[in-house]
Ligand binder design. Structure first.
Ligand code: C2E
Ligand code: MG
Ligand code: MG
Ligand code: MG
Length: 278
């Protein structure tokens, strides 16, 4: 500690910095514990088309800490990535989401045309074990590949494009769908986009939020939709919160949506009760 090293040295750590690193260490410990004892849950958020029909759901991880309550994945996923735990967590997510689809298929509550969208961290995707793991999981749960959609981010393509491309092609060959999540916020180049086996772009919610008031956002969304159409890639808008968002998106030919206007992420039973009708 700086303060033990004598009067004339710099204090490298201020008390508030110490507090930050204590909190960080505490979160790492709690994450290890949560991963070991599988203390996570998956919530499901509906994805719909312009006829207000369900086209699938996104599985979103939830972690309820005993003391702190719900901790946002936007907070703990980056930590899990840094300490490598994301590989194990991602494996749990895939297993859980596929076992849920298998149950719903058996119960007649999941249509074969619907897709379960699963977020995949770049670090998870880069593992040599990722493809074999994916195959094993599909076989184990006996879920048709076309019911699965993997959400990856643009930045993943920054590291080792060739091997990423090979992996993506192998995933496509299995029949699994691929989406680019948070599209527009990363570093992907349009040159790559045309050669990637991508089914869908998910336009990041930051462009959708002010769609009605910000002309630049509207222009960007419009341009993405036009480009995707030319590349025969479908576009889904994230963060659709109001009827006016929905109306404007339809006007500019965006036909797939996800957001609070259609439904919040919910635990499995609530998801079925609210969005699946027989
Ligand atoms: P994402 O994949 O872009 O997921 C969409 C996020 O937007 C979710 O936040 C969702 O609850 C939220 N959202 C949905 N509709 C609306 C809306 O209309 N308005 C607003 N303001 N927000 C909306 P969530 O569940 O907190 O997840 C945050 C991020 O954490 C995700 O962003 C994803 O990057 C990551 N994440 C979540 N689950 C997983 C997972 O299982 N694995 C990995 N690797 N990352 C995950
Ligand atoms: Mg996502
Ligand atoms: Mg997103
Ligand atoms: Mg994201």
């Amino acid at each position: 500690r700086a303060k033990e090293s004598g009067r004339n040295t710099f204090a490298l750590y201020k008390p508030e910095m110490q507090a930050v690193s204590d909190a960080r260490l505490e979160m790492e410990k709690a994450l290890h514990h949560a991963t070991e004892f599988k203390l996570f849950e998956l919530y499901y958020q509906p994805q719909t088309n312009d006829k207000n029909q369900l086209i699938g759901a996104e599985a979103l991880i939830r972690w309820k800490d005993e003391q702190k309550g719900f901790i946002s994945p936007a907070t703990f996923i980056p930590v899990a990535e840094e300490i490598g735990l994301i590989v194990e967590i991602g494996h749990w997510v895939l297993n859980e989401a596929l076992s849920q689809v298998a149950i719903w298929l058996k119960e007649g509550k999941w249509d074969l045309s619907w897709r379960m969208s699963i977020n995949v961290s770049p670090i998870q995707f880069q593992q040599a074990s990722f493809l074999p793991m994916l195959k094993t999981q599909l076989e184990k749960h006996d879920v048709p590949a076309r019911c699965v959609d993997l959400e990856i981010t643009e930045n993943m393509l920054l590291n080792d494009l060739t091997s990423s491309l090979e992996k993506m092609n192998a995933i496509k060959a299995m029949g699994i769908h691929l989406s680019i999540d948070d599209f527009g916020t990363g570093y992907s180049s349009l040159k790559y986009l045309k050669s990637l086996p991508i089914d869908r772009l998910k336009i990041d919610q930051s462009f959708v939020r002010d769609l009605l008031t910000d002309k630049s956002d509207e222009a960007i969304v419009h341009a993405v939709i036009a480009m995707a159409k030319a590349l025969k890639i479908s576009v889904l808008a994230e963060g659709v919160e109001t009827l006016s968002h929905y109306d404007r998106l339809r006007e500019i030919d965006c036909f797939y949506y996800q957001g609070y206007y259609f439904g919040h992420p919910l635990p499995p039973k609530e998801f079925i009760a609210e969005f699946v009708h027989d």
